[in-house]
Design a protein around this ligand. Structure first.
Ligand SMILES: CC(C)(COP(=O)(O)OP(=O)(O)OC[C@H]1O[C@@H](n2cnc3c(N)ncnc32)[C@H](O)[C@@H]1OP(=O)(O)O)[C@@H](O)C(=O)NCCC(=O)NCCS
Length: 182
Protein backbone atom coordinates (compact mmCIF):
# COMPACT_ATOMS: atom_id res chain seq x y z
CA UNK A 1 0.00 0.00 0.00
CA UNK A 2 1.78 3.14 -1.24
CA UNK A 3 1.30 6.52 0.45
CA UNK A 4 0.24 4.77 3.62
CA UNK A 5 0.74 7.77 5.87
CA UNK A 6 -2.44 9.46 4.71
CA UNK A 7 -3.18 12.94 6.01
CA UNK A 8 -5.71 12.68 8.85
CA UNK A 9 -7.59 15.42 10.68
CA UNK A 10 -9.32 15.62 14.04
CA UNK A 11 -11.07 18.58 15.65
CA UNK A 12 -7.80 20.05 16.90
CA UNK A 13 -5.03 18.18 15.10
CA UNK A 14 -3.59 17.50 11.70
CA UNK A 15 -1.64 14.26 11.30
CA UNK A 16 0.59 14.27 8.25
CA UNK A 17 3.84 12.92 6.83
CA UNK A 18 7.10 14.26 8.19
CA UNK A 19 8.99 16.65 5.91
CA UNK A 20 12.77 17.02 6.16
CA UNK A 21 12.45 20.55 7.57
CA UNK A 22 10.30 19.37 10.51
CA UNK A 23 13.43 18.36 12.41
CA UNK A 24 13.83 21.63 14.31
CA UNK A 25 10.22 21.55 15.51
CA UNK A 26 10.59 17.91 16.52
CA UNK A 27 13.76 18.75 18.44
CA UNK A 28 12.22 21.81 20.13
CA UNK A 29 8.82 20.37 21.02
CA UNK A 30 9.53 16.78 22.02
CA UNK A 31 12.82 15.10 21.00
CA UNK A 32 14.92 17.21 23.41
CA UNK A 33 12.30 16.83 26.16
CA UNK A 34 13.68 14.63 28.94
CA UNK A 35 10.20 13.63 30.19
CA UNK A 36 9.12 12.47 26.75
CA UNK A 37 12.31 10.50 26.13
CA UNK A 38 12.16 8.84 29.54
CA UNK A 39 8.50 7.88 29.10
CA UNK A 40 9.10 6.43 25.66
CA UNK A 41 12.43 4.74 26.43
CA UNK A 42 14.84 6.48 24.06
CA UNK A 43 17.71 8.88 24.84
CA UNK A 44 16.71 12.53 24.51
CA UNK A 45 18.28 14.35 21.56
CA UNK A 46 21.17 16.58 22.55
CA UNK A 47 21.25 18.71 19.41
CA UNK A 48 19.06 19.27 16.34
CA UNK A 49 21.52 17.43 14.10
CA UNK A 50 20.53 14.16 15.85
CA UNK A 51 16.91 14.87 14.97
CA UNK A 52 17.73 15.95 11.42
CA UNK A 53 19.28 12.59 10.54
CA UNK A 54 16.37 10.65 11.98
CA UNK A 55 13.73 12.74 10.17
CA UNK A 56 15.63 12.38 6.89
CA UNK A 57 15.64 8.60 7.34
CA UNK A 58 11.89 8.60 8.03
CA UNK A 59 11.17 10.75 4.97
CA UNK A 60 13.16 8.31 2.83
CA UNK A 61 11.17 5.41 4.32
CA UNK A 62 7.94 6.84 2.88
CA UNK A 63 9.13 5.49 -0.51
CA UNK A 64 8.44 2.00 0.84
CA UNK A 65 5.01 0.41 1.08
CA UNK A 66 3.07 0.27 4.34
CA UNK A 67 4.95 2.91 6.28
CA UNK A 68 2.76 4.64 8.86
CA UNK A 69 4.52 7.53 10.55
CA UNK A 70 2.71 10.77 11.30
CA UNK A 71 3.82 14.07 12.76
CA UNK A 72 1.04 15.49 14.97
CA UNK A 73 0.43 19.18 14.44
CA UNK A 74 -1.84 21.51 16.39
CA UNK A 75 -4.12 23.10 13.82
CA UNK A 76 -2.83 26.52 12.70
CA UNK A 77 0.12 26.17 15.10
CA UNK A 78 3.06 23.78 15.06
CA UNK A 79 3.97 20.11 15.55
CA UNK A 80 3.66 18.75 19.10
CA UNK A 81 4.45 15.06 18.65
CA UNK A 82 4.30 11.95 16.55
CA UNK A 83 2.49 8.65 16.16
CA UNK A 84 3.98 5.71 14.34
CA UNK A 85 3.55 2.05 13.54
CA UNK A 86 6.82 0.92 15.11
CA UNK A 87 6.45 -2.77 14.22
CA UNK A 88 4.21 -4.64 11.85
CA UNK A 89 3.59 -8.22 10.90
CA UNK A 90 1.55 -8.20 7.72
CA UNK A 91 1.37 -11.99 7.62
CA UNK A 92 -0.42 -12.06 10.94
CA UNK A 93 -2.25 -8.75 10.41
CA UNK A 94 -0.82 -7.10 13.51
CA UNK A 95 1.02 -3.89 14.22
CA UNK A 96 2.34 -1.98 17.20
CA UNK A 97 1.87 1.74 17.84
CA UNK A 98 4.28 4.22 19.42
CA UNK A 99 3.53 7.89 20.15
CA UNK A 100 4.95 10.98 21.83
CA UNK A 101 3.58 14.38 22.77
CA UNK A 102 5.76 17.24 24.06
CA UNK A 103 5.31 17.60 27.82
CA UNK A 104 4.06 21.21 27.59
CA UNK A 105 1.01 19.82 25.81
CA UNK A 106 0.21 16.86 28.05
CA UNK A 107 -3.23 16.21 29.54
CA UNK A 108 -5.19 18.04 26.89
CA UNK A 109 -6.48 14.88 25.25
CA UNK A 110 -4.20 15.21 22.21
CA UNK A 111 -2.73 11.68 22.33
CA UNK A 112 -6.19 10.20 22.86
CA UNK A 113 -7.46 12.11 19.83
CA UNK A 114 -4.49 11.12 17.64
CA UNK A 115 -4.65 7.44 18.60
CA UNK A 116 -8.38 7.38 17.92
CA UNK A 117 -8.03 8.60 14.34
CA UNK A 118 -4.96 6.45 13.60
CA UNK A 119 -6.60 3.28 14.93
CA UNK A 120 -9.66 3.98 12.82
CA UNK A 121 -7.52 4.47 9.71
CA UNK A 122 -5.28 1.44 10.34
CA UNK A 123 -8.29 -0.86 10.64
CA UNK A 124 -9.80 0.68 7.49
CA UNK A 125 -6.69 -0.20 5.47
CA UNK A 126 -7.66 -3.86 5.87
CA UNK A 127 -4.04 -4.71 6.71
CA UNK A 128 -4.48 -5.19 10.45
CA UNK A 129 -6.81 -7.12 12.73
CA UNK A 130 -4.91 -6.43 15.95
CA UNK A 131 -3.18 -3.23 17.07
CA UNK A 132 -0.85 -3.48 20.05
CA UNK A 133 1.21 -1.12 22.18
CA UNK A 134 3.76 -1.57 24.93
CA UNK A 135 4.17 0.87 27.82
CA UNK A 136 6.33 0.95 30.89
CA UNK A 137 4.16 -0.25 33.74
CA UNK A 138 4.77 3.03 35.58
CA UNK A 139 3.69 5.10 32.54
CA UNK A 140 0.09 5.53 33.69
CA UNK A 141 -0.72 8.28 31.16
CA UNK A 142 0.26 6.06 28.24
CA UNK A 143 -1.75 3.11 29.54
CA UNK A 144 -4.69 5.45 30.12
CA UNK A 145 -4.75 6.86 26.57
CA UNK A 146 -4.83 3.33 25.20
CA UNK A 147 -7.58 2.22 27.56
CA UNK A 148 -9.60 5.31 26.62
CA UNK A 149 -9.34 4.03 23.04
CA UNK A 150 -10.61 0.57 23.96
CA UNK A 151 -7.26 -1.22 24.29
CA UNK A 152 -7.21 -4.09 26.77
CA UNK A 153 -4.28 -5.14 28.94
CA UNK A 154 -2.80 -8.43 27.72
CA UNK A 155 -0.20 -8.90 30.40
CA UNK A 156 3.04 -7.81 31.96
CA UNK A 157 6.51 -8.51 30.61
CA UNK A 158 8.66 -8.57 33.72
CA UNK A 159 12.00 -6.73 33.94
CA UNK A 160 11.91 -6.26 30.16
CA UNK A 161 13.60 -2.86 29.99
CA UNK A 162 16.21 -0.89 31.89
CA UNK A 163 15.40 2.76 32.68
CA UNK A 164 17.97 4.80 34.62
CA UNK A 165 19.74 1.58 35.64
CA UNK A 166 16.53 0.13 37.04
CA UNK A 167 14.72 -2.88 35.61
CA UNK A 168 11.12 -2.06 34.77
CA UNK A 169 8.12 -4.05 33.60
CA UNK A 170 6.40 -3.51 30.28
CA UNK A 171 2.65 -3.77 29.87
CA UNK A 172 1.28 -5.00 26.57
CA UNK A 173 -2.16 -3.80 25.48
CA UNK A 174 -4.10 -4.59 22.36
CA UNK A 175 -7.23 -3.74 20.45
CA UNK A 176 -8.92 -6.29 18.19
CA UNK A 177 -10.67 -5.10 15.05
CA UNK A 178 -13.79 -7.05 15.95
CA UNK A 179 -13.95 -5.37 19.37
CA UNK A 180 -13.40 -1.97 17.79
CA UNK A 181 -16.16 -2.51 15.26
CA UNK A 182 -18.38 -3.85 18.06
C1 LIG B 1 1.68 9.14 26.94
C2 LIG B 1 1.44 10.50 26.27
C3 LIG B 1 1.58 10.34 24.76
C4 LIG B 1 0.04 10.99 26.62
O1 LIG B 1 -0.20 12.19 25.91
P1 LIG B 1 -1.35 13.22 26.33
O2 LIG B 1 -1.66 14.05 25.12
O3 LIG B 1 -0.99 13.92 27.57
O4 LIG B 1 -2.58 12.21 26.63
P2 LIG B 1 -4.10 12.59 26.88
O5 LIG B 1 -4.18 14.00 27.36
O6 LIG B 1 -4.87 12.22 25.68
O7 LIG B 1 -4.51 11.57 28.04
C5 LIG B 1 -3.74 11.45 29.20
C6 LIG B 1 -4.54 10.66 30.22
O8 LIG B 1 -3.66 10.12 31.21
C7 LIG B 1 -4.03 10.58 32.48
N1 LIG B 1 -2.83 10.70 33.29
C8 LIG B 1 -1.81 11.56 33.13
N2 LIG B 1 -0.88 11.34 34.07
C9 LIG B 1 -1.33 10.31 34.83
C10 LIG B 1 -0.83 9.62 35.96
N3 LIG B 1 0.35 9.93 36.49
N4 LIG B 1 -1.57 8.61 36.50
C11 LIG B 1 -2.76 8.27 35.97
N5 LIG B 1 -3.29 8.90 34.87
C12 LIG B 1 -2.58 9.90 34.33
C13 LIG B 1 -4.71 11.90 32.23
O9 LIG B 1 -5.52 12.29 33.32
C14 LIG B 1 -5.52 11.54 30.99
O10 LIG B 1 -6.65 10.74 31.30
P3 LIG B 1 -8.13 11.37 31.46
O11 LIG B 1 -8.48 11.98 30.14
O12 LIG B 1 -8.97 10.21 31.81
O13 LIG B 1 -8.04 12.42 32.54
C15 LIG B 1 2.46 11.56 26.79
O14 LIG B 1 2.41 11.57 28.19
C16 LIG B 1 3.88 11.28 26.34
O15 LIG B 1 4.26 11.63 25.22
N6 LIG B 1 4.67 10.66 27.21
C17 LIG B 1 6.08 10.38 26.90
C18 LIG B 1 6.26 9.41 25.75
C19 LIG B 1 5.47 8.15 25.97
O16 LIG B 1 5.26 7.72 27.10
N7 LIG B 1 5.03 7.56 24.88
C20 LIG B 1 4.28 6.33 24.93
C21 LIG B 1 5.19 5.17 24.87
S1 LIG B 1 4.25 3.66 24.95
Amino acid sequence: MKNSTKKLETDRLVLRKFKEDDYQAMFDYWASDESVATGAGWPKHENPEDTKGLVKMWVDEYKEDNVFNWIIELKKEHPIGSITVVRKDLGNHTCELGYNIGSKYWNNGYATEAIHTVVDYLFQTGLFDVITAQCFEHNKASIRVLEKNGFVKEGVLRNRYIVNNKKVNLVELSLLKEEYEG
